[in-house]
Design a protein around this ligand. Structure first.
Ligand code: GLN
Length: 473
C-alpha cells in the first residue's frame, strides 16, 4: 500500500483516490495471506466491511462530520473488551464469553470513526514474553516464522508488521507492547500510568497495566493517544489533570537543548547481545552529533527490577484472577460433585501452566508467613526505584536503554533455566514499576536479519514530549 500513515490515508480518502472499503479489503487480504503466523484469533470481516461502506457514504456526503480517526483500521489485543464480541484473554477459562460492554479506549476510537478489524492473539492474561503461552497457540514472527513474535502482545506486533491494520491496541504490564514491537521492527508505546483508562482492560496486575499502542510511526501513535487519553470516571487511578492533549503537540524540539542519559549498567550487562549493544552505542553517538548532551548514569537497582516486578505482579494476578471460578465467566467444569470441586476443576481445566504458576507464586508471596519478607519488601523496593527514576529526571529529559537484551529466539528453543525468560524483561519492567511513559522505536537488524529496537523513557506527564522527541529521530 502506498500510504504510510493515517494522515496519508485521510488525504487519499478525502480526495477520492481510494475508499475505506478498498482499504479494508486490502487489509483483509493481507490477513488471509499471513494466516499461518497466527496473529489473529478472530477477524471481523463482515462488520469491518459494512462499517467501511457506511464511512464511505459519510466521506462523500457529510465530510464535515467525520471523526478524527476515519480511515484508521485497528486490531485489538484479546485482553481488551469490545461489546457483543468474544474475548478470551488468550485463555481457555473464558471460552464462550462475550463482553457486555466496551473498554473506554474502544469506545473512544469507535466514536472517532476508527474501524476494528479483529482481535489479536496474546499470551494468556498477558503473562509471557514470547507469545508462546496462548491457549490459541504461538504467534510467529513474519521475518522468520520459526521465531517468536515477542510477547505478550505478539499478535498485535505481527498485525502491524505484516500490514494487516494500521495501528494495534495492546496492553503493557511489564513490556508487552515494547518488547514484541522491538522484535518485530515496529513502534510500541506504553503511556505513563493513569494516562489512558484501564476500564475494559482485563486485569493482570492493576498497578502496572496500561493500554499500549503499536504502529509504524510516531504520528499514528499520537493520533490514537489524542483520542484515548480522556478522563474516565470508571478508572479511579487516572490523572485528573495533565492529560495528553494538554501537553505540547508534536512540533520541533531543539535537540541541542536536550539532556539525555543512558543507563550504562544496562548497556554493559553481560546478557545484552553484542550487536544490539554496538548499534545502541552508535545511536547515542548520533544523538551527540546532533547537539544533544548525552551522559551515562548508574542505576544501582537494575538487578532488583525483575524480582521486584515478578513478586508484585504475581501477587496482584493471584488476586485479580480469583474471579474466574467457573460461576461468573466462561468455562465451567462438567465434572463436579460439589461447588468446591466445580471451582477447582474449572480453574484446573481452564488456566494454562504459566498462569497457574503465577497464581501459586502470588499466593505464596501474599501468604501470612511470607508477606513481609516478599510482598512488603518488594513494595519498598518499588518505591526506591521510583524515587531513583524521579531524581534522574530532575537532571535529564530522557533516559535511553535497549528494549530487549536479545532479538527473537526460536519458538521451540527451551530456556536452560525457567528464570531466563523472566530475565529478558529486565529493560522493560522499569517503566511499569515507576509508572512512567516509555517507547520502543526500531533501531536495526542483527546479522540474522532479526529486528531490534531502542527504548526511550521520560518522566510522568511527559508522554507527548517523549513522542515529540522520537518523532524527530
Ligand atoms: N513479560 C512480562 C510478563 O510476563 C510482561 C507482560 C506484560 O506486559 N503483559 O509479565
Amino acid at each position: 500500500m502506498e500510504y504510510n500513515s493515517l494522515k496519508d490515508i485521510q488525504i487519499a480518502l478525502l480526495s477520492g483516490k481510494t475508499t475505506t472499503e478498498k482499504l479494508v479489503i486490502f487489509y483483509l487480504n493481507n490477513i488471509e495471506s499471513v494466516r499461518d503466523l497466527n496473529a489473529y484469533i478472530e477477524v471481523y470481516q463482515e462488520e469491518a466491511l459494512s462499517k467501511a461502506k457506511e464511512l464511505d457514504q459519510k466521506i462523500k456526503h457529510h465530510p464535515d462530520t467525520l471523526g478524527k480517526l476515519f480511515g484508521c483500521i485497528i486490531s485489538v489485543k484479546d485482553l481488551i473488551v469490545y461489546k457483543n464480541h468474544k474475548v478470551n484473554a488468550g485463555s481457555g477459562i473464558l471460552d464462550g464469553f462475550e463482553s457486555q460492554f466496551s473498554a473506554t479506549a474502544i469506545e473512544a476510537v469507535l466514536k472517532e470513526d476508527a474501524i476494528i478489524i479483529g482481535r489479536t492473539n496474546c499470551d494468556e492474561f498477558g503473562m509471557g514474553s514470547a507469545n508462546t503461552n496462548s491457549h490459541f497457540g504461538s504467534v510467529k514472527n513474519a521475518v522468520d516464522p520459526e521465531k517468536i513474535s515477542g510477547g505478550s502482545s505478539g499478535g498485535a506486533a505481527v498485525s502491524v508488521q505484516t500490514n494487516t491494520c494500521l495501528v494495534a491496541l495492546g496492553t503493557d504490564t511489564g513490556g508487552s507492547v515494547r518488547q514484541p514491537a522491538s522484535m518485530c521492527g515496529v513502534y510500541g508505546f506504553k503511556p505513563g500510568y493513569g494516562m489512558v483508562s484501564r476500564y475494559g482492560l482485563i486485569a493482570y496486575a492493576s498497578s502496572f497495566d496500561q493500554l499500549g499502542i503499536l504502529a509504524n510511526n510516531v504520528q499514528d501513535i499520537d493520533a490514537i493517544m489524542s483520542v484515548v487519553s480522556v478522563r474516565d470516571d470508571f478508572d479511579a487511578t487516572m490523572y485528573q489533570t495533565g492529560l495528553y492533549c494538554e501537553q505540547l503537540s508534536l512540533e520541533n524540539l531543539a535537540l541541542d537543548t536536550l539532556k539525555i542519559a543512558y543507563i550504562s549498567d544496562a548497556f554493559e550487562n553481560d546478557a545484552l547481545d553484542p550487536e544490539i549493544k554496538s548499534t545502541s552505542y552508535q545511536f547515542l553517538d548520533e544523538l551527540k552529533s546532533k547537539g544533544a548532551t548525552v551522559e551515562g548514569i548508574h542505576f544501582k537497582l537494575l538487578d532488583y527490577v525483575v524480582p521486584c516486578y515478578y513478586i508484585l505482579t504475581t501477587a496482584e494476578a493471584s488476586s485479580n484472577l480469583s474471579r474466574y471460578d467457573g460461576v461468573k465467566y466462561g468455562h465451567r467444569a462438567e465434572r463436579a460433585g460439589s461447588p468446591e470441586e466445580m471451582y477447582v476443576n474449572s480453574r484446573s481445566e481452564g488456566f494454562g501452566k504459566e498462569v497457574k504458576k503465577r497464581i501459586m507464586l502470588g499466593s505464596f508471596v501474599l501468604s501470612e508467613a511470607y508477606y513481609d519478607a516478599y510482598f512488603t519488601k518488594a513494595q519498598q523496593v518499588r518505591r526506591l526505584i521510583k524515587d531513583q527514576m524521579d531524581s534522574f529526571f530532575d537532571h535529564y529529559d530522557f533516559i535511553i536503554m535497549p528494549s530487549s537484551p536479545k532479538t527473537a529466539w526460536y519458538i521451540h528453543e527451551k530456556p536452560n533455566d525457567p528464570l531466563e525468560i523472566y530475565m529478558a524483561d529486565i529493560y522493560t519492567v522499569l517503566a511499569n514499576l515507576a509508572g512512567i511513559p516509555a517507547i520502543s522505536i526500531p533501531l536495526g537488524n542483527n546479522t540474522d536479519k532479526m529486528p531490534f529496537g531502542i527504548q526511550v523513557l521520560s518522566r510522568v506527564h511527559n508522554d507527548r514530549k517523549l513522542l515529540n522527541f522520537c518523532n524527530q529521530l
